[in-house]
Design a protein around this ligand. Sequence first.
Ligand code: PHE
Length: 382
Amino acid sequence: MADATERISQIGKEAADSIAAAPGTAELKELRVRYLGRKAELTAILRGIAELPPDQRGVVGKSGNEVRRRLESLLEERAAELESSELESSLAEGAVDVTLPGSPAHPVGHLHLITRTRRQIEDIMVGLGYTVLEGPEVELDYYNFTALNHPPGHPARMSQDTFYVAPGSLTKAALSAAREAADGAGEEVAATPDEELVVLRTHTSPMQVRAMEAQEPPIFVIVPGKVYRRDSDATHSPMFTQVEGLAVAEDITLADLQGTLLEMLRGIFGPGREARMRPHYFPFTEPSVEFDVSCFACDGAGTLPDGDRCGICKGVGWIEVGGAGMVDPNVFGFVSDKGYDPERVQGFAFGIGVERIAMLRYGVPDLRRFFDNDLRMLEQFT
Ligand code: PHE
């Protein structure tokens, strides 16, 4: 008896050591066969119990079964351990390093010329203390026109004939926001036909009103973004990019506008440039101006050194780049509850076209080329 139980515990120890040391699941399977299989020594001992003297059967059977159970559970534990580490290493081996360049390596891209130009303007204006804001491209008629001092029926709406969005396509929330905005704006606005409630914004100027609704004066913001008009030729596209500027504080004058435009245009076109303003009309500024930069190609002379007429400014010496003016007191009237009292604060606003600036700077003859996505065109401007 002493022999049999001793042998059983020896087998148990030996088997436990081998199981702990098994390097893989395949080896573990072999160990199971060796120690618990049909031909295993322990199996033979347990099978032979009936032949033992009766007083030994219980002791041998008990220790044999105990060791068997212990080995079963050791095998299970080790199997689980090995399976998970084998899974891990097979995952690690098969892993693909997605940060490696492809083969052949794909050329690195670059920013679109419009994005670069927009960011350059943003940098200049941030340097002057302005904050960059963005706004919705699908805009309420109220912000695009009415609150900018062109109520329904105003002729200036026609000059920006645009894309209206069918009210049926709007969510209930957007429709009721539109109605609320229109109703809050006085009786004139009550006549707004439903189908004109929402437009693709024709300019970034609606953000003047939204920005003032969100922040009391003083305010210094620029708003880059896409705008939409029913226009299409070499210098107009149904979608283009503008940057709006708005400055409102105490004692802001037209001279501040002139200085700001000069600083901005020198940042864009070079330190030698000059800026000039010409009288113009916009419903939401008074007085209104268009502004020009002195031609960078002929240095404002209108003629090139060889005597030819300058092709960039068409011999004028100046290039028109945008519209601007002093914020009309009527516009402040729409945000008076935010502290925009025209007796206390004044402001200026301006708007420039980003494509036009990029065309001038980089000699691109047709604005539509920016949006054709022809890589031969885009790759010239790295
Ligand atoms: N929003 C005007 C346009 O698109 C430009 C402008 C902006 C004019 C700000 C005056 C003030 O033509």
